[in-house]
Every structure is written in structure tokens, then in C-alpha cells.
Design a protein around this ligand. Structure first.
Ligand code: K7E
Ligand code: CUA
Length: 671
């Protein structure tokens, strides 16, 4: 490594790198290590140069073949646009869930009509998008606890939210926010999943497609937050009953829903209270300097319960989307600010809803607000107003405590022992600290105190504990989502994977070791949630043969064995196929060049894991037909020739024989 690299590295990493340069020895090779497990284990440990701590870590995470993980993590994959499903404690990648980006293995967005319609639902102002920037997955909740039914995920780049059904782990809906081009990829649910909160980020004229020069920033640019109404029975967001709120042009960041004693309220950070407008090319301060001048930004405190009542009276339409204007929010008492230090990023509400924990990226403390004090101060009102007339509550009247943790605090999660855990980006560490109030009383801990820090490799963004943002957090495990992995893995060229590190937080006190490194080589995960596996009740196969995953019932075009057929009418060929080990029926399909082809496929399989694929090379089509699934596609056979359609899943001994011929007769050829 060249020394010039060191300057860009965080301190802990630089020290580690310096140690490497100085030639610190690798782990003892061949030294006898007592694992306490006896001869063979001791010999393997010695041969591999493993320390007793390494052996303990291996024993905590190793899953013998066939043993199932007891926790499941849903992680975003950043600008890969998908969700990753990972088992804990083994840290095995179980699968991805295609969301915003076409994914051929799942037959998602590669010709199949059903998934193409989901992606089309997320078109931006008529433009079809083929990727997203997923940041924050959010599991559905009942009474504040994960219920294992649905997963929501936001797309920062395009201001969208997707709904995934956890019975089949498939994306069912993508909604595009008409208010904005981008957001912060936030998706945060209220305790009964009535609302999915999507916060904005970089202010712009409200309503995608609305123009105003940046010179008019203060007057014409606005922030926003959107409350998507979730219809649990239908498993879809109800756009008609959703609404947005206009906010001042600060850069709103993450949000969290109140719960328990703060149910009905929303807490949302913002930064760039300076309203910096950049322009480094004109000699103005770049955003990074302009947006970091002030010591305080504004925590937004929003009365969602009241807003949901007020919206019918005060809402206006922006791009057809119901929105409460800023002035109405002020008049109706829906919106309050509390000062928050300094360029904050995460806001996280404690399990019982008593406190909101804010991390200022440029402040070494976490600041803990009492939600009770916030509501009392809001009820009293304030004569102190921001330039747009929003009341600013008195900092000292609403803050419960501040805890100094270290440099670059970002995000906080909780456990079942009265601890909070905060990621420290610049320190590249996880801090464990004690909550106060009822948590300290219950767990007999010293309130609001830093307990310990564990270094992570390197540059941690989010962290996730077991159900750690819910009303009923578990304990045991924490996953550090590290942006850099520099010296942890084989160098895969200049682009390196990110690093998920599993941290054992089961023991109270100061010992909190890293026990596993999982390279993530398919995208930058931002946030993840960990759920107890027994809360998930996924289908093993689709409930009935011919099941259309998008309608949630047997499709009218599903085909029974023996009912396969090809019908021709003016310029249209429609095919009803069945799929079962190891053949398609029919195997010969003849069309004429220029015909529109409509093809229905029904998997007759009832055996678990007996998935078939169906591809047509040259026509960009690939489906995945899970047991019992119905899928379809349409295309114009505009190229003549002979096209093999074959099964893309190695489904059986005679999988290679699972093939057919699509013959596209040239136009003008004799019939
Ligand atoms: Cu990456 Cu949650 Cu979008 Cu912090 S955010 S790291
Ligand atoms: Cu079906 Cu291979």
C-alpha cells in the first residue's frame, strides 16, 4: 500500500495499515493452541494459526450442513436496487429479492408480463427505469413488533417505494412519488403498518418536473415527507389515500415513527439548515462546507395522527398527489422543530417510544430527546420560528441527555438489555451505551453512559441488531455494515466488496467481539433489519397450480394437463403451455414473422424446489416458474429463424431434454 493512501483512511484503519507496513507478524502459525476441545480441534487450530478467540467465533457461527439459521436479515443492496436475504448467525446469503432492477434468475423484468407490470408501475414521469438505489428496508409491524408479512424498501435515486410479500418473497408493487425526483430511500412503518413513511432529501421545487432556478432556492425549493397508506388486506399501498407534506427546503433525512407513548408522531432529521446552494464552480463554498456551517439543524416533529385527519380539509393536489401545504401544517399544529446538533443523520426511537436518539455526523454525542418533553413543549407552542414560520422548541426543554460516544455517529439500534448501539463512521467502531429512564431502572444500569466500543473494518454506516428498531428488540447479534473492506478479503480489482461484520452482543458489559466477516459483492447495503426466523411463514410452493403471484389467485389462463393448446387469429398466436419435469407441452410452436405471440405457462409441479426456467434466446425472455406458478409474456416475433426455448434451471436428470423449438417462418414464405 502506498503511504499516500493512509491520509484518506480513518485513524484506526491507518494504524492497522501502519502496523502492516512495519511488518507485524501474521497470526502464530503452528503454535499449539488449546481450544479446550481436545486433540483434533487443537491440531486444526494450530495448523491454521487460529487463536482461542477465533475458535470461539467459529463455534458461534458455524452451521453444520442442514442446520437452519434462527434469524433472517433483510439488507438493502444500494444501487444494485435489490434486497439481500441473509441467515444469522451463519451469515449465509440465502437469496436476493429483485425489486427495482431486472433479475433474470428470478425471471424478474426479463420479458415476463407480471413482473414487467410491477416495474412499469415504478416508471418516472413516463420513463421506464431499470435500477434503483435501495437504502432502508422496513418489515411490517403489528403493535410495534415485526409480523413477518411484508417488507417495504425505498429507492433514493427515484423517490419510489416497493412492497414485497414475504409469503413468496416477491415484489408486488412499486409506487413512484409524484412530488419529487429523489428521496432518501427511507421506508419506515408506523407500529401497525398503517403508513409507510418516505422522507425526502435534496430539496427541489415540489412536484416532479416543476422548474425553478436554484437562485430562487429559498422561495421555490421545498422539502417534503410522504405518508403512503398501506392496505394490508390487499397487500398494496393505496395511492389515493396517501398524502405528502410540504416542508421547508432543509434536507430531510431519516425518520422514525413514534411508538408506545409516542405513537401517532413522526420524528425526522434534517441537515442543511443553512440552505446552502452549492456552486463550487463559481467559487462558492461546495455543499459539504456550506451545509455544515451551523451548529444546529432541525429535528422535525410531526403529528401524523392529526395530519391524517387534517388532510381532507387542507390538502391540495400537486401533480395529482394530495399534499398538505406548509402554511396549513403550521396553522394546524402538525409540525414543530427542535434544534439538533450537527448535520444529523439517524434518528431512532427507543422500544417504548420514550426517547428519540439523534446522531449528528459532526458532533461526538448522541442527543436524546424525551418525546414527552417534545409533546409538552409543542402543546405550549413557541414564539421562536424558523424563516418559514415553523415553531422551534427550546433545546434545553426537550433534551433528556447527551452521551459522548466518539467521532461520526450515524445510526442507533437497541437490544433487550437496556443498551443502545451506535455506529461511529469516523472512529470506525460500534459503541454500546446505556439508556436511561425506565431502561436503567429495569436493567439496573448507570443511565446514559458509554460502556464499550468495538472496532470494525471499516467505516461503518448502519448497524442492525435483532429486531432492534422495533418495540420488542431481541439481543444476541449485531451486524455492522461497513462501507470499506480494504484488507479483509482477496483484492477483486479496484472495486472491493463491502463488509458485513457479525458482532456478538450477547454478553453484557465490555466484551463485544466481531465473530464473522461477510463480503457483500453485489451492491452497497445501507440499512438492514434482522427478524426471528420463526416469525416468517413463507409458502413452500404456490398454494394452487396456476397461481398468479401478482393477483394472488389462480390465473384465468392457467392451463391444466391435457388442455395445452395453440390458437391462431389475425396476426396473433396464443399458446397455453404446461411445464413439468422434464418437458414443456407443446414442444413445437410455429408462428409467422410479424405475429404477436402471447404465451401462458403453468407449472404443474407440487414438489418443493422443483423450479423450471423458460427462456427464448434472441428475444430477451427468461421466466422462473416456481412450483405451481403461472407466468406469461408477449412479444412480436419480428425476427425469422429457429429459436430454442429451454429450461434455465437444472431441474432433473433430463433437464437438458427440457426444450422446444419456436419456428418463426419468414414473412412471405409459403404456408
Ligand atoms: Cu446509507 Cu440510512 Cu441512506 Cu446512513 S443512509 S449509512
Ligand atoms: Cu426444467 Cu430444467
Amino acid at each position: 500500500m502506498r503511504p499516500s493512501h493512509l491520509r484518506a483512511l480513518p485513524r484506526a484503519l491507518a494504524l492497522a495499515a501502519a502496523a502492516a507496513l512495519l511488518g507485524c507478524p501474521p497470526p502464530d502459525q503452528g503454535q499449539p493452541v488449546s481450544t479446550g476441545l481436545g486433540g483434533q480441534a487443537d491440531k486444526i487450530a494450530a495448523d491454521r494459526g487460529l487463536t482461542p478467540d477465533d475458535v470461539a467465533a467459529a463455534l458461534k457461527t458455524y452451521m453444520p450442513s442442514g442446520r437452519l439459521d434462527d434469524h433472517v436479515m433483510f439488507a438493502s443492496s444500494g444501487h444494485a436496487g435489490q434486497v439481500l436475504v441473509i441467515g444469522l448467525p451463519s451469515m449465509r446469503l440465502l437469496r436476493s429479492i429483485a425489486v427495482f432492477t431486472p433479475e433474470p434468475w428470478q425471471g424478474y423484468g426479463v420479458g415476463g408480463k407480471e413482473s414487467m407490470e410491477v416495474l412499469a408501475g415504478g416508471a418516472s414521469d413516463g420513463k421506464q427505469l431499470t435500477w434503483g438505489d435501495t437504502h432502508h428496508p422496513s418489515l411490517s409491524e403489528t403493535n410495534g413488533s415485526y409480523d413477518g408479512q411484508f417488507l417495504f424498501i425505498g429507492d433514493k435515486a427515484n423517490a419510489r417505494v416497493a412492497v414485497i410479500d414475504l409469503r413468496d418473497f416477491e415484489t408486488k408493487q412499486i409506487v413512484k412519488n409524484p412530488l419529487a425526483t429523489s428521496d432518501h430511500g427511507g421506508a419506515f412503518v408506523t407500529p401497525d403498518t398503517e403508513w409507510v413513511i418516505e422522507g425526502g432529501q435534496y430539496a427541489a421545487p415540489l412536484g416532479q418536473g416543476t422548474y425553478a432556478d436554484i437562485a430562487e432556492y429559498d422561495a421555490k425549493y421545498r422539502g417534503y415527507v410522504t405518508f403512503w397508506k398501506f392496505d394490508r388486506a390487499r397487500g398494496r399501498i393505496d395511492v389515493e389515500r396517501s398524502f405528502g407534506m410540504e416542508l421547508p427546503p432543509y434536507w430531510q433525512d431519516l425518520a422514525d415513527a413514534g411508538k408506545g407513548v409516542s405513537d401517532g408522531w413522526i420524528f425526522m432529521n434534517s441537515f442543511n439548515a443553512e440552505r446552502a446552494t452549492g456552486g463550487v464552480e463559481q467559487g462558492k463554498p461546495p455543499f459539504e462546507a456550506g451545509a455544515s456551517q451551523r451548529d444546529m439543524d432541525y429535528l422535525h416533529i410531526i403529528n401524523l395522527k392529526k395530519a391524517a385527519e387534517v388532510v381532507a380539509r387542507r390538502g391540495v393536489k400537486i401533480n395529482g398527489f394530495t399534499t398538505i401545504p406548509l402554511q396549513a401544517s403550521i396553522e394546524e399544529g402538525l409540525l414543530f422543530f427542535a434544534p439538533e446538533p450537527k448535520s444529523p443523520h439517524g434518528v431512532d426511537v427507543t422500544p417504548g417510544g420514550e426517547y428519540a436518539v439523534v446522531s449528528g455526523k459532526l458532533d461526538p454525542h448522541v442527543t436524546i430527546y424525551s418525546t414527552k418533553k417534545l409533546f409538552e413543549a409543542a402543546a405550549k407552542g413557541s414564539s421562536n420560528k424558523d424563516p418559514y414560520g415553523v415553531p422551534i422548541l427550546d433545546f434545553d426543554a426537550v433534551v433528556e441527555a447527551q452521551v459522548e460516544l466518539g467521532l461520526g455517529p450515524l445510526h442507533t439500534q437497541f437490544d433487550d438489555k437496556g443498551y443502545a448501539y451506535t455506529s461511529l463512521f469516523l472512529d470506525t467502531a460500534v459503541a454500546r451505551w446505556t439508556l436511561g429512564g425506565p431502561y436503567a431502572d429495569k436493567h439496573k444500569t448507570t443511565p446514559w453512559t458509554l460502556v464499550t466500543k468495538t472496532p470494525v473494518q471499516y467505516n461503518i454506516g448502519h448497524l442492525s441488531t435483532v429486531e432492534g428498531d422495533s418495540a420488542t428488540p431481541g439481543g444476541g447479534w449485531l451486524v455492522a455494515m461497513n462501507k470499506w473492506s480494504i484488507d479483509r478479503f482477496f483484492t477483486t480489482g479496484p472495486l472491493l466488496p463491502q463488509n458485513f461484520q457479525l458482532v456478538d452482543i450477547s454478553a453484557p458489559g465490555e466484551v463485544m467481539p466481531v465473530v464473522y466477516d461477510l463480503p457483500i459483492g453485489v451492491g452497497e447495503p445501507h440499512y438492514a433489519q434482522i427478524i426471528r426466523a420463526d416469525r416468517l411463514k413463507p409458502w413452500e410452493v404456490y398454494p394452487e397450480v396456476g397461481w398468479n403471484p401478482m393477483t394472488g389467485k389462480v390465473d384465468p389462463n392457467a392451463t391444466a394437463k391435457g388442455k395445452e393448446r395453440v390458437e391462431r387469429r389475425d396476426g396473433v398466436v396464443e399458446i397455453w403451455s404446461t411445464v413439468v419435469r422434464s418437458h414443456f407441452t407443446p414442444e413445437h410452436v410455429k408462428v409467422r414473422q410479424g405475429d404477436k405471440v402471447i404465451w401462458h405457462l403453468t407449472s404443474l409441479e407440487r414438489a418443493r424446489d422443483a423450479t423450471h426456467g423458460f427462456c427464448i434466446g434472441g428475444y430477451n425472455i427468461n421466466l422462473s416458474l416456481e412450483p405451481g406458478e403461472y407466468a406469461s409474456f408477449e412479444f412480436v416475433a419480428d425476427k425469422p429463424g429457429v429459436y430454442q426455448f429451454y429450461c434455465t434451471e437444472f431441474c432433473s436428470a433430463l433437464h437438458l431434454e427440457m426444450v422446444g423449438y419456436l419456428m418463426v417462418e419468414p414473412a412471405g414464405a409459403n404456408k
